[in-house]
Each structure stands twice: as structure tokens, then as C-alpha cells.
Write a protein that binds this ligand. Structure first.
Ligand code: ADP
Length: 882
């Protein structure tokens, strides 16, 4: 205990009442306080902490300070940058301030201990202490923010004064009550006051808790109500309860009133709404009726998206901005819209139809048109549609009936004048479920489509403001009825140069942007781009090209994310590193003349393609094997070509000479195996059988009926008829009859006629990458060339492609898909294209660019093909023909 009285500095506190034994951190700002603390700390002495009577007084005088305070020791002292003192002080004992010795520069006071009256050992203070201990435990239990030690702090305390100090220090009460607890020299009184305070506080806390609980309960009850209300609503909906039903009917009527429906439709729907209200709430019909009303009222009914008269200039601008080239296509669209605008916004009677292979921009041209018109776009894919109901909807009597795709598209568009793209109209089919093409006719016919009736809706809907654009891969497959209604615009595909321009101007910037590499820009060198186009893709459009550019930018994006340096330019080698080696070699064509191989040109699913035809001929039994992807049309071409050659090699002056002197004939003759005798001349000695050849050779081998004779000549100008089929001793004994031959005992010694030779072959023809032509038979002259080459063993020149149908007399007939074919020829590096003379005018119309790289020659007859397809005669080498 300190020796008293003492003269010490005093620190006046605004609201802190320090109790003995209490350790408190304090911040002191006021000058007097700071100085008092400094003094105490430096001298290592104590100071008195006493609370102000009012916390709001800034510069308290001696009278503003309570007379009872606590003597305290400064345990820690530090000065913060703003001059404030941070200190840790520890309360030692209660003191009474006798008087203020000075008030400047800080309070200096004389103080002496507050002497308590001794406590008589009576049961009362003990009982009080027990009560305090219990209430305090209760208090601590209800105040989680108190430190855990508080609970055990009283365990060993026996001194009432100490108990008051400890408990009071831990109470969260106002400074006035604390001051009261600090004051006083009667320990029993102090205890009593403390107990009172504790009981009050505990009650207060209990009350607080009760209120909180009640608020919480209230809140929960509210939440429950909201939840139950929601449930009730759902249940009522499920049960179709009266009230709900009424409001439902009201809401439908309101919707109906808000829309501008034609009179007849309004009447029908009003009836339907009334019927819905009359339906028994639980009947299945309710859902059906509601779906119907929702669908019917969900249609735009007269809502338009914008200007009725199309802004032709805006469309032209968008088309130019988004598409390279396609001048013809853009012109046709603009002309079409110009007519529409002169007709007051009504589209012309014919519907635009964009025809071309995949990836040439049909859909994106349609989208750009919609964008220019500022109308929403909807796509309807018609590929594989066989059910008329898909177009026109199913009657509501069917389970799960729905409106057709046209009405559905309008619902999705939300306006009556959207652009609707009818995709793949060439892929519709018709069967017992009706003819979707006929239904589509009704949709597209401006006379009928003002009052289009969907089977589901059973209301007339005006489709005359819809801007339809159809697309197709093949014009030839478009149903005849529809074809008349369409204005065909062809997009045949792009040359390599056009593709490079499209890539540079549109695809690369777009894809770079989408990949988050807009600032990197175009990384392809022109050579790399050419490489991607020529060696990595084989297509008429640019879809695969776009995919590969996407692949490159994805790789670059990854490199960027991984922190690797990005190449600023990508040459062919860098490209190969990124996307691997080219799957196609640009030179698909051979460089050397080859026997039995020719090139055809086809108009196919991918635009145009170069068709490789392989043929081998060996001695055999007259079988003709056709393998690879061969359609019916190709078979016709092959049959015609073989039929022509079989007769012409014997009859045609040029071809027969060629054949007679050819190494092919010599080889076949050397290896000739006579067929065994037919059934007509008795049982075959070796169980042999007849042989047949496409093109049909009637009759059997030697020893036939005998009367099948007639004049015949061999290759040296001998005439051979189809009826003659016997074996002979030599080919130069025309006077021999078949019956005579039949008597020759050793057939192996005799030479076959050319006809027999040609009939006893095994021909194998293969189309390795069979592209089934779409425009009709066009591979005729190419097939005949491969066949002839294999027969006479003369090599065909590489880089010559042929397209033209052949007749049995060798005439070359016109073919279609010329632009596509020329594009394919250019792409594959063909140098000479042989075409029928009859297509000359069409070729003349084609852009010069298409004709620049190739030499186009025209023929009327197959014989004229020979100088272009085969090597010129070079006697010294012996394998030329001319
Ligand atoms: P389609 O409908 O004919 O199959 P898309 O319209 O889907 O072809 O075209 C494929 C991609 O090629 C689209 O990203 C399109 O923008 C792009 N494209 C095609 N042609 C051009 C062109 N002439 N100019 C710019 N981009 C084009």
C-alpha cells in the first residue's frame, strides 16, 4: 500500500471509472491529461484517475471532478504521431482527493486512501456475497462478449471490497453507476448496490432477449404466411378454384382486349375463354384450352417491327459491309427489295431462294438482309420434314398438338413482319403424312397467305408481311411446285483468291475479335492463308476455313494466357506448327500420265469436285465390277460408255485402228482363255458355264445353234456382228461359220474375234472418292477415257478433267453445274477441262477469273477427246496414240 497522503498528478477521465485491480488501455488527447501522464510515467510514480462528473465538459475544473478516484500505475506509455498518448494503466487502490494543489500545467492533487469500515462477521454480508456471485454468474452467462476468465474471477475472493471492485469493473453499465459503486466506505452498502445493479442488469438482459425472440418469432410467422400464401396459390391453381378461375378468365379477356385481333378471331377466342371458365376445374381439357389460349394470344397479331417500306440503301450497306464479292447476289436482293418498296412494302410474288453448297454464305446473306431491314430473323429448317403438320400444325384433337413451324416462328419473332429463312427446302420429302411442299406453297403464295389457316390455331392469320428467304443446296431437288414460286439466286462457291479476300476482310477480324485477340489483328501471311485454303480445306464455301482460322486463334489465345510470346506474323511453317500438317496435298492429281486413270468433274454436295476414275482390264469371263461410291446415275454413265466402246473399238475407223495396234489388245490376246463349250453343244467338259457381259452378248460360246453365222471381219477391217460369238481358228477366216468352229477339236489353238476378246474380259472400275454427281449423268466421257486407256494400255495425261455425258454412239451431251466444276478444277490444279460444245454459251457467261487458269476445250464426239486426253503419238517411244 502506498504511503498516504500522497501528492500526485491527476488524470480526469470523461467516462472511464477505473477500479483497483483493473488493467485498462487508454488514449489521452487533452493537454492536461497528457502532461499528467508524462509526469507520472517519467517519475515512475503513480497518478490518480478520477472521472468527470459530466463527460461533455472539455476543460474540467476541480469542481467538475469526482472526489473519489483510483490511484493507478502507468504500465505502458507511448506517443502516437498525432500527439495522442496511448497508455496501459493499472488500478491500485481507491483514494479520496483532499485538495487540488495546482491545476496547471496539469492537476496536482493530494489524496489519501479511502478507508473502509471493517466488516463485522455477520451472515448478511456473506449472504450478499453469495447472491452477488450467483447473479454475476448469470450475468456472465448472458453476455457472451465478456472474457471467459470473468466466470472464474470470483472463485477465490473473500473480501467484499475486492468483490465489488472485480464485479463492477466487468459490468457494462454507465459511468454514473460505476462511480457510485466506486464510492462509499461501507462495504455492505457497496455490496447491496452491486447486487441491485446486477439484478437490474440481468432482468434487463432477460427482457432484451425476450423481445429479440419475439421479434424473431414475428418475423418467422410473417415468412410462414408468405410461404403458405404461395402454397395456397399453387394449390388453388392446381385445384382450379373459383376465385382463381374468375381472375384467369378476366386476365385472358384483358389480353384479348389489348391485342388487335381481326373480328372473327376475337369472336372465336372469346368463345374459347368462356368455355374454359365452364370446364370442370379438374378436367384435362383445362390445360389444353389454356395452352391454346396462351399460344393464340401470344402471337403478335399486327405488331410490326419497323418501317413498312424497306430501306433499300441500308440493306445494300449492310450487305456490302458484311460480305465480300457476291455482286450478283447482292444486286438481285436489292432489286427484289426495290420492287417491294414500290409495292408499298409487300414482297414480290416470287420468293427469294439462295442456292449453293454449304458455307457459301446463304444464311449469313439472309441475316445481313434482316439486319439491314431492321427486322428480327427466324430460321425454319425444313431438311427431312415429311409431315405436312410440321408446316401447318396438327389439329387440337391430337394429343400434344402444336401449331406449325410458321406460326411458331411468328410467335418467337414477336412481330408480323420478320425475315423468315426457310432452310433446305430441297430436303423436304413427301409421304403418306401429306406433302409439306404443298403446305409451304400456301404459305408462300401471296394470294393465299393473307388468310393462312394453321390447323392448330384454326384462325386466319395474315402472313403477307413476312419476308421469306429460302435456301437450298441443289436447285434440281426443289419440289417442282415450289420451284415456280421461287426466284433462284445461285451462290456457286469461291475461288481461292476470293476465299483469301473473305478470310482477310471478314473471317480473320471477326474470329480474332471473338477470341479476345482483336489487338493482335491478322497474323497470317498471304502465303499461310493460301496454304490453309489450298492444302487444309477442300470446299466450295468457307466454313472449314473459318473453323481452321478459329483453331489458330484459339491456340494463340492459349499461348497468351500461358504467358508465351505470340508470333506477330504466321508463315506457312509457323502455321503447320500450330495446326499440324496439311491433310490434303495440293497436288491430288498425278504428275505423270497413267494407264486406266481419268478425271471427271462432278457437281456434288460440296459444290464441285474432281472425280478420280480408275479402271483395270484383265482376261476373264465378262464380269464388270463397279466399286466405290457409285450412284444409279453413275452406273448409267458406265453402261453407256462401255456399250459405246465395245462396238466402236471394232467399228469406228479411228478407235478400231488404235485398238488393233494397241499393246492392250496384244496382252489380252496372249492371255485369252476360251470359254468352255456351252450347254447347247452338250455338257461342258470341265463344268464351265456361260459368261455374260454388260451390254449383253446373246448366245453362248462356240458350238451354238450353228445358224448364228453371218459376215464378220476382224480388227483388220473385218465386220463383226453381235450375233457372232464362236471361236475360230484365226481371226482372219471370215468364211468360217460358228457351226464349223464348233467342230474344231482344240479351241485353244484358234484366235478369238475382237468381239469375243472384248466379251471375255474382267473389267474393274473404281471411284475412290466417289462424289455422287447431282446434276445428272456427266461422267460419261471420263469413264470412257479410263476404260479406253485400260483397254489399249495407253496412259491418260494428268491434269486433264472431262465432263460430258456420252451416248451409245459416242455423242457428247451437255452437262450442268459448270461454275462449280470449274471452281473444283481450279482448286485441284487441273490444266485442261474438256466440255461438250453445247455448253460453250454458258461458259462464255461465267466470270473471266474462272477461265483464266485452265484451258477449256470443247468436243462433240468422244473421238475428239483423244488428242486432249492421251499423249500425242511419239513413234520412237511407241506408247503414244497420235
Ligand atoms: P451457308 O448458309 O451457305 O451454309 P453460312 O451463311 O453459314 O453458309 O456461311 C458460313 C460462314 O462464312 C459465315 O460466317 C459467313 O459469314 C461466311 N461467309 C460466307 N461467304 C462470305 C462472304 N462472301 N463474305 C464474308 N463472309 C462470308
Amino acid at each position: 500500500m502506498t504511503e498516504m497522503p500522497v501528492t500526485v498528478p491527476l488524470l480526469a477521465t470523461r467516462d472511464l471509472v477505473l477500479f483497483p485491480g483493473m488493467l485498462a488501455p487508454i488514449f489521452v488527447e487533452r493537454d492536461k491529461g497528457v502532461r499528467a501522464l508524462e509526469q507520472a510515467y517519467q517519475s515512475g510514480e503513480t497518478l490518480v484517475m478520477a472521472a468527470q462528473k459530466s463527460a461533455v465538459v472539455d476543460d474540467p475544473g476541480a469542481d467538475d471532478i469526482h472526489r473519489v478516484g483510483t490511484l493507478a500505475k502507468v504500465v505502458q506509455f507511448s506517443r502516437l504521431s498525432d500527439g495522442t498518448i496511448k497508455a496501459l494503466i493499472e488500478g491500485r487502490e481507491r483514494v479520496v482527493i483532499d485538495d487540488f494543489i495546482s491545476t496547471q500545467p496539469f492537476f496536482l492533487v493530494r489524496a489519501q486512501p479511502l478507508e473502509s469500515r471493517p466488516v463485522a462477521n455477520k451472515p448478511r454480508p456473506r449472504a450478499l456475497m453469495d447472491s452477488v456471485t450467483r447473479e454475476f454468474a448469470n450475468y456472465v452467462g448472458q453476455n457472451p462478449q465478456l472474457p471467459e476468465e470473468a466466470e472464474t474471477a470470483l472463485e477465490t475472493v473473500t473480501d467484499p471490497e475486492k468483490m465489488v471492485d472485480i464485479v463492477a469493473a466487468n459490468l457494462m453499465i454507465g459511468p454514473d453507476r460505476k462511480q457510485e459503486l466506486l464510492d462509499g466506505d461501507d462495504p455492505e452498502k457497496r455490496l447491496l448496490l452491486l447486487l441491485e445493479t446486477l439484478i437490474q442488469e440481468n432482468e434487463f438482459i432477460a427482457l432484451e432477449n425476450e423481445i429479440a425472440e419475439r421479434v424473431h418469432d414475428n418475423f418467422e410467422r410473417q415468412q410462414r404466411r408468405v410461404f403458405l400464401h404461395e402454397r395456397l396459390k399453387v394449390l388453388q391453381e392446381e385445384l382450379g378454384e373459383e376465385g382463381e378461375e374468375e381472375s384467369e378468365r378476366g386476365s385472358y379477356m384483358k389480353q384479348l382486349a389489348e391485342k388487335k385481333l381481326p373480328e372473327a378471331a376475337t369472336a372465336t377466342l372469346t368463345k374459347e375463354i368462356k368455355r374454359l371458365a365452364d370446364l370442370p376445374p379438374l378436367s384435362a381439357e383445362v390445360a389444353v384450352a389454356k395452352t391454346y389460349l396462351d399460344t393464340a394470344l401470344g402471337l403478335p397479331w399486327g405488331v410490326k417491327s419497323g418501317a413498312e417500306i424497306p430501306d433499300v440503301a441500308a440493306v445494300a450497306r449492310v450487305l456490302d459491309d458484311t460480305h465480300y464479292g457476291l455482286k450478283n447476289v447482292k444486286d438481285r436482293i436489292i432489286e427484289y427489295l426495290a420492287v417491294a418498296s414500290l409495292r408499298g412494302g409487300t414482297p414480290p410474288n416470287a420468293i427469294l431462294c439462295l442456292v449453293g453448297p454449304p458455307g457459301v454464305g446463304k444464311t449469313s446473306v439472309a441475316m445481313a438482309t434482316a439486319q439491314g431491314l431492321e427486322r428480327p430473323l427466324q430460321r425454319i429448317s425444313l431438311g427431312g420434314v415429311r409431315d405436312e403438320g410440321e408446316i401447318r400444325g396438327h389439329r387440337r384433337t391430337y394429343v400434344g398438338a402444336m401449331p406449325g413451324r410458321i406460326i411458331d416462328a411468328l410467335k418467337r419473332a414477336g412481330v408480323d413482319d420478320p425475315v423468315v429463312v426457310l432452310d433446305e427446302i430441297d430436303k423436304m420429302e413427301s409421304d403418306w403424312r401429306g406433302d409439306p411442299a404443298a403446305a409451304l406453297m400456301e404459305v408462300l403464295d401471296p394470294v393465299q397467305n393473307r388468310t393462312f389457316r394453321d390447323n392448330y390455331l384454326e384462325l386466319e392469320y395474315d402472313l403477307s408481311h413476312v419476308f421469306f428467304i429460302a435456301t437450298a443446296n441443289y436447285e434440281e431437288d426443289i419440289p417442282e411446285t415450289l420451284h415456280d414460286r421461287l426466284e433462284i439466286i445461285r451462290l456457286p462457291g469461291y475461288t481461292d483468291r476470293e476465299k483469301a479476300e473473305i478470310a482477310q476482310r471478314h473471317l480473320v477480324p471477326k474470329i480474332a475479335g471473338e477470341s479476345g485477340l482483336a489487338d493482335l489483328g491478322n497474323v497470317f501471311t498471304p502465303g499461310a492463308l493460301r496454304g490453309v485454303i489450298r492444302d487444309h480445306t477442300r470446299e466450295a464455301g468457307v466454313r472449314e476455313l473459318a473453323r481452321l482460322i478459329g483453331k489458330v486463334y484459339r491456340r494463340l489465345a492459349r499461348m497468351k494466357v500461358e504467358g508465351k510470346p505470340l508470333p506477330r506474323r504466321l508463315g506457312p511453317r509457323g502455321l503447320a506448327k500450330l495446326i499440324g500438317p496439311a491433310p490434303f496435298l495440293a497436288a491430288r492429281l498425278g504428275t505423270e500420265p497413267q494407264v486406266g486413270i481419268s478425271l471427271g468433274l462432278a457437281y456434288t454436295g460440296a459444290g464441285g469436285d474432281v472425280l478420280r476414275i480408275e479402271c483395270v482390264v484383265t482376261p476373264g469371263k465378262g464380269d464388270f465390277h463397279l466399286t466405290g461410291q457409285v450412284g444409279e446415275i453413275m452406273q448409267e454413265s458406265v453402261t453407256a460408255a462401255w456399250g459405246y466402246l465395245k462396238t466402236s473399238l471394232v467399228r469406228d475407223p479411228i478407235l478400231s485402228r488404235l485398238w488393233a495396234e494397241s499393246p492392250g489388245r496384244a496382252y489380252l490376246l496372249d492371255n485369252y482363255q476360251p470359254p468352255e463349250s456351252g450347254e447347247e453343244s452338250g455338257p461342258p467338259p470341265h463344268g464351265g458355264e456361260r459368261y455374260g457381259v454388260p451390254g449383253g452378248v446373246p448366245g453362248g460360246p462356240a458350238g451354238g445353234a450353228g445358224e448364228a453365222g453371218g459376215p464378220s471381219r476382224g480388227p483388220g477391217g473385218h465386220e463383226v456382228t453381235d450375233m457372232e460369238a464362236g471361236l475360230r481358228e484365226t481371226a482372219f477366216r471370215p468364211e468360217e461359220t460358228a457351226a464349223d468352229v464348233g467342230r474344231v477339236p482344240e479351241p485353244v489353238c484358234s484366235l478369238p474375234s475382237d468381239h469375243e476378246l472384248l466379251s471375255a474380259l474382267e473389267v474393274r472400275m473404281h471411284f475412290p472418292e466417289g462424289a455422287v454427281p447431282k446434276e445428272g449423268p456427266s461422267a460419261g466421257i471420263a469413264v470412257a477415257t479410263a476404260l479406253l486407256s485400260a483397254l489399249v494400255q495407253a496412259p491418260v495425261l494428268p491434269k486433264v478433267a472431262l465432263s460430258g455425258e456420252i451416248t451409245l454412239t459416242g455423242e457428247v451431251l451437255p452437262v450442268g453445274g459448270l461454275k462449280e466444276k470449274l471452281l473444283a478444277a481450279l482448286r485441284e490444279g487441273v490444266e485442261t477441262v474438256v466440255l461438250p460444245s453445247t455448253v460453250k454459251p454458258q461458259v462464255h457467261e461465267l466470270p473471266a477469273e474462272l477461265k483464266k487458269g485452265v484451258n477449256i476445250v470443247y468436243v462433240d464426239n468422244f473421238v475428239e477427246v483423244l488428242p486432249y486426253a492421251f499423249l500425242a503419238n511419239e513413234p520412237q517411244e511407241g506408247d503414244g496414240l497420235f
